[in-house]
Design a protein around this ligand. Structure first.
Ligand code: NAD
Ligand code: UDP
Length: 321
């Protein structure tokens, strides 16, 4: 029997590369697509020798063509770290809007089911905690984070419109902060930033007084949630994340203990519109997908630290964003 064919955009990135691995493991024909703007081919180089993997270096904000049948599309292309999307704001808006439109068009032509990577950022700086899917959010459209948040909100809106208007099979996942091997050490997100600083013997840069919270999910748990959502019949947005909430100060202290560094936290100004709290309500994921996270932060952090330590010394030392 011939293999089902799946297109994964953002394939050379952190999450996209783990998704490629999972679908290869499940014996799919995987078509990776990426323009490498924040990704790295090294994340998928082990797949290039496989006959059921192909790769297109392409910007999905321009017309997307894929020859042959297509059964599924996972749209994960987009800068995801605040440092990245502040550096390339227009590309971020385009990949969430034009890129999503192109891929929905492709899904329609091919009769494929499409899942989009949305984000907890659609809730903005939430004034309820934890955040259930019914919450409409508190987003500043013209603030620095607006380029990401509004692109993702538009992405959800156009995806839902294709679902209701064209009857396309769609899935929307709202991903909360996820971490693990293949994150870029210099992508500016708090976990690689703190670990990189600890490994270089520098102070850990805590923004603000560190009382803001985040809830960190290990990548394998997220991938399992995505897999289950794709094959469910649930078309409304679904939160996937780990509800174990922690302040950034406590998180910094955990990294100091884990790495054994003698460095301390230093406080830098809090970025504009930085959300004060973030924790997923995963009632729906539990009830509909039978999903909940399995990997504790201490286990996940150990694996991630080992990954970062295994990088060439030159990369650990290189700290420019
Ligand atoms: P990442 O930066 O590691 O990966 C994104 C990939 O998309 C990169 O390889 C990049 O080169 C590629 N890309 C960007 N624009 C593109 C374009 N126009 N055409 C083709 N490829 C393009 O980020 P990530 O953490 O793996 O995030 C992947 C997706 O998951 C993003 O859509 C992001 O918004 C979403 N997400 C991630 C998190 C998280 O915690 N990691 C949280 C919420 C949502
Ligand atoms: N943060 C920090 N120091 C850093 C990088 C980030 O204190 O060097 C804080 C940031 O202000 C935010 C939290 O850590 O409150 C998570 O930031 P990240 O960029 O990882 O993701 P976000 O959840 O804000 O998108």
């Amino acid at each position: 029997m011939s293999r089902k064919r799946i297109l994964i955009t953002g394939a050379a990135g952190f999450l996209g590369s783990h998704l490629c691995d999972r679908f290869i493991k499940e014996d799919y024909h995987v078509i990776g697509m990426d323009n490498l703007i924040t990704g790295d081919l090294r994340n998928i180089e082990h797949l290039f020798k496989l006959e059921n993997f192909e790769f297109y270096n392409h910007d999905v904000s321009s017309f997307v063509h894929v020859p042959g049948d297509l059964h599924y599309i996972l749209h994960f292309a987009s800068p995801a770290s605040p440092i990245d999307y502040l550096k390339i704001p227009i590309q971020t808006l385009k990949v969430g809007s034009l890129g999503t439109h192109n891929l929905l068009g492709l899904a329609k032509v091919k009769g494929a089911r499409m899942l989009i990577a949305s984000t907890s950022e659609v809730y903005g700086d939430p004034n309820i905690n934890p955040q259930p899917e019914e919450y409409w959010g508190n987003v500043n459209p013209v603030g620095p984070r607006g380029v990401y948040d509004e692109a993702k909100r538009f992405q959800e809106a156009i995806t839902m419109a294709y679902h209701t208007f064209h009857g396309l099979e769609t899935r929307i996942i709202r991903i909360f902060n996820t971490y693990g091997p293949r994150m870029r050490l210099n992508d500016g997100r708090v976990l690689p930033a703190f670990i990189g600083q600890a490994l270089r013997g520098e102070s850990l840069t805590m923004f603000g007084d560190g009382s803001q919270t985040r809830s960190f999910c290990y990548v394998d748990d997220l991938v399992e949630g995505i897999y289950r959502l794709l094959f469910s019949d649930y078309a409304q947005p679904m939160n996937i994340g780990n509800p174990d909430e922690i302040t950034i100060r406590q998180f910094g202290e955990e990294i100091i203990k884990l790495t054994g560094t003698d460095q301390k936290l230093v406080s830098l100004p809090l970025p504009v519109d930085d959300p004060k709290q973030r924790r997923p309500d995963i009632t729906k994921a539990k009830a509909i997908l039978g999903w909940e996270p399995k990997v504790s932060r201490s286990e996940g952090l150990k694996i991630t630290l080992d990954y970062f330590k295994s990088l060439p010394e030159k990369e650990i030392r290189h700290k420019d964003f």
